[in-house]
Design a protein. Structure first.
Length: 693
């Protein structure tokens, strides 16, 4: 073949591959009678260029640690990703990250897009479809998560790369649309990424001027380039999304840029090639329609009646591009890792354990036990102590706060632990700035990279972070959330800072462990439960104020926390007549009431219930032992919304909770105003006993 002819042939196969992505996407949405065809059609060349020419990704092993990450932040364009996963023949892995000899996405999955059991759900779901690096769909989450992946990449390089061993050097690419660009979380995340100078991060902005309601001019007039330049990003622009050479040049610019993340603004046409829907919002979120599909295929020069067609040569072409390059890079990496294992056995062991979500031996050694102390200490204090012990033992436990570590006590203070800073990435103390939502998405990105992140702030501000926290649960990744100032008892800061409904709403999220320990020793036990988690995020809910350290020789051991709820105190001889259930700071209140009731001859049991989710996992026999069904006189006490407590008190039981917002006043006044005093608990117990059982 002459040079000219071979260039034409290669252009031909590029074009055929791109149009395969487009037509698979159109056909899948049409068959499902729902979905988003227009954006995959427009972005096909962009994603194709990146995957085929640049991405360091081995389809045969989609989890090798130093792979480049690709995030589809505009998750509604999921068919774009599924088409790529299919055409590149990405292999499926099981939860142990082992290849199971099946493709991640089959043609059958694509034909059953959005149907039950298809590996092509409506939006990309981590864990369900191998090769999907993070769940996306809630706009802005993907790009924010990508910042965590990039930060973790820099940290991994900082700790594990040694002379002659560049173990970590991956890049992170995220595709985003106008929606991601408008969401606040992307501004938070971009601002931090620019500050941290994460030059391994590249966002690609699908600048199509279209969202659901129509033109972006309805609601958006940012100068995006200026905005990102002000964040400290390198910004480049591509006027034609179909020009692979221009795209390549932009990726080369990204690769050559140091000290700044890169934003590539790509001007695109949603529904590219569809005669009536090109550049219209109608191409966004509904099937094109059979006629339009045919007309579009005609425009592409595609057989009009073919469905789900993968023309000859397309699989081979991907194999020869991303496939061969990825296989070589992966093989090189594992060879390097073998040599690294010889040269740096301890660090290699860390990398292995971390990437398999295992803990080092002795991870819990040195955790303190706290002696009884009526004055006690705040659970945020004891947690800070535990965190520092654990972080010494687990080198990849890292994180920080949204500008609140002096309050949340989450700073790592031992040895020479440094800050994670621009240009100095070995530190383990992160400063997320006042950006709760991005902080939690970044923590997700870190967890997806297999380091163990913690993120902290005030419990009230989970309202600012919930979108990302929900995704930790949906993705089943073990992010550790540390939320302090957990109730009205934070006092003078008043109702703007006093959480009410936050506990109940976090408990309502499937798959998050919400743990509100009663004293310092329960805090330690909480950490013992949390650290080995591999597939669940956990929320530690901690007090600002000192809580008495209970005398465990008198009351049951704090290790009962592992079962979620346990009998802390029982009447000396008699069977209990009434059960007092408390969490966190209200457990001591229940204990005080229990003692006072005992003096009056009333047999009360105290149940400490730090974690509903763990309690629900216990068998019925245990739960009945703790909350015997025959004892109907029950009082639950918690300085939060009473929502949900009837599950444990029954409809006739009493719930001493919050039905209003709190108030700004010193702690005792606030507690008195809302009835969180022994006398009120005692009266509630008496009322329970007085009612007909
Ligand atoms: C947080 C969030 N809010 C709203 C939506 C609903 N939604 C899905 S796509 C979309 C429009 C997105 O526009 P754009 O990102 O420009 O996508 P395009 O149509 O250009 O692909 C909206 C509002 C969502 N998925 N996530
Ligand atoms: Mg758009």
């Amino acid at each position: 073949m002459t040079g000219h002819a071979s260039r034409l042939a290669s252009e031909d196969v590029d074009r055929r591959s791109i149009d395969t992505i487009r037509t698979l996407s159109m056909d899948a949405v049409q068959a499902a009678e729902s979905g988003h065809p227009g954006t995959p059609m427009a972005l096909a060349p962009v994603a194709y260029c990146l995957w085929q020419r640049y991405l360091r990704f081995d389809p045969a092993d989609p989890t090798w640690p130093d792979r480049d990450r690709f995030v589809l932040s505009n998750g509604h364009a999921s068919m774009l990703l599924y088409s790529l996963l299919h055409l590149a023949r990405v292999q499926a892995v099981n939860p142990k990250y082992e290849a199971i000899g099946k493709p991640s996405v089959t043609l059958d999955d694509i034909e059953t897009f959005r149907q039950l059991a298809s590996h092509c759900p409506g939006h990309p779901e981590y864990r369900w479809t191998s090769g999907v690096e993070t769940t996306t769909g809630p706009l802005g989450q993907g790009v924010a998560t990508s910042v965590g992946m990039a930060a973790a990449g820099r940290w991994l390089a900082g700790r594990y790369n040694k002379p002659d061993f560049r173990l970590f050097g991956y890049d992170v690419f995220a595709l985003m649309g106008d929606g991601c660009m408008m969401e606040g979380i992307s501004s938070e995340a971009a601002s931090l990424a620019g500050h941290l100078r994460l030059d391994n991060l590249c966002w690609i902005y699908d600048n199509n001027h279209i969202t659901i309601e129509g033109s972006t001019s309805l609601a958006f007039s940012d100068d995006v380039a200026a905005r990102f330049q002000s964040y400290g990003w390198n910004v480049t622009r591509i006027g034609d999304a179909n020009d692979l050479e221009l795209l390549s040049r932009a990726f080369d610019v990204f690769k050559a840029t140091s000290g700044r993340p890169t934003l590539i603004i790509v001007d695109t046409h949603i529904g590219y090639g569809a005669p009536h829907k090109h550049d219209t919002a109608a191409a966004h979120g509904e099937p094109l329609g059979e006629d339009e599909v045919r007309a579009t295929k005609r425009f592409y020069g595609w057989p009009e009646d073919a469905h789900f067609l993968v023309p000859e040569g397309v699989y081979d072409h991907f194999e020869a591009g991303i496939g061969r390059r990825g296989a070589r890079l992966r093989a090189d990496w594992f060879a390097l890792f073998e040599r690294y294992r010889q040269a740096h056995p301890e660090l290699a062991d860390e990398v292995y354990r971390m990437s398999h979500r295992q803990l080092p031996d002795g991870w819990d050694s040195g955790l303190p036990t706290f002696p009884p102390d009526p004055k006690g200490l705040a659970t945020r204090e004891s947690s800070g102590q535990a965190l520092n012990v654990l972080a010494r033992n687990v080198p990849w436990l890292l994180g920080g706060a949204a500008d609140l570590y002096p309050s949340t006590k989450t700073r790592l203070t031992f040895d020479s632990v440094a800050d994670f800073e621009a240009g100095s990435y070995t530190g383990r103390n992160f400063h997320f700035g006042i950006r709760e939502h991005a902080m939690c998405a970044i923590a997700n990105g870190m967890a997806l990279t297999k380091v163990r992140p913690f993120a902290s702030g005030f419990l009230i501000f989970t309202d600012y972070a919930r979108g990302a926290m929900r995704l930790s649960a949906l993705m089943e990744i073990p992010v550790i959330y540390i939320w302090t100032h957990d109730s009205i008892s934070l006092g003078e800061d008043g109702p703007t800072h006093q959480p009410i409904e936050q506990l109940a709403s976090l408990r309502a999220v499937p798959g998050i462990l919400v743990v509100r320990p009663a004293d310092a020793n329960e805090v330690i036990e909480a950490w013992r439960v949390i650290m080995p988690l591999r597939h669940e995020p956990a929320v530690l809910v901690l007090s600002r104020q000192a809580l008495p350290t209970l005398d465990r020789s008198r009351y049951a051991a704090a290790s009962g926390l592992a079962r979620g709820g346990y009998v802390l105190a029982d009447p000396p001889s008699a069977e209990p007549d009434v059960i007092l259930i408390g969490t966190g700071s209200e457990v001591a209140l229940c204990v005080a009431a229990h003692e006072a009731l005992a003096e009056d001859g009333i047999a009360a049991r105290v149940v400490s219930m730090p974690c509903w989710e763990l309690f629900e996992k216990q068998d019925q026999a245990y739960r009945d032992e703790v909350l015997p069904p025959r004892i109907r006189a029950r009082v639950a006490v918690e300085e939060g919304a009473d929502f949900g407590w009837a599950r444990y008190t029954g409809i006739d039981g009493a719930v001493l909770g919050m039905e209003t917002f709190g108030a700004s006043a010193p702690i005792q006044k606030v507690q008195a105003k809302f009835g969180f005093e022994p006398a009120h608990v005692i009266q509630a117990a008496r009322d329970q006993l007085a009612r007909p059982q």
